[in-house]
Design a protein around this ligand. Sequence first.
Ligand SMILES: [Zn+2]
Length: 167
Amino acid sequence: MDRLWAPWRIGYVANADKEETCFLCTAANDDPANDRERFVVRRGEHCFAILNRYPYNNGHVMIAPYAHKADLPDLTGDEQREMMSMLIEIQAALKAAFYPHGFNVGINLGSAAGAGVPGHMHVHILPRWTGDTNFVSTVADTKVISQSLDEAWLALTQHFEGTTDSA
Ligand SMILES: [Zn+2]
């Protein structure tokens, strides 16, 4: 993947080691009434989808099981299936909301592979636009990022039918 310049991620990198609670578990276990402020865009039966607070690009979503599980072989069949169906659903919503030219989809397993939350596996889906390495010059501060996160949350959640059962 082409490297995107994302200076706001410095805050994340600096704080990652200090984090004692898993933010994915915190979001998963929170009241769905708080989904907008936590940037949870989708809840299924076994998995959920959340906007990355330190995005590499606009519309950067992570899909994770509710359960705190590190590796792919730990997932149940239901979690595997719903993770894939939710990934497909999120891609469709990202297309409808943002008209990207392409996507990166990936999973980093383990700290050595670059996982920011190595204990709680998640699939990244990242919309890409031709020339999007210029995107950051327009959103280079954290205030603009949180505003764009809220806009992305609104844009994406409009493209789902119902609030549960993503399978
Ligand atoms: Zn967790």
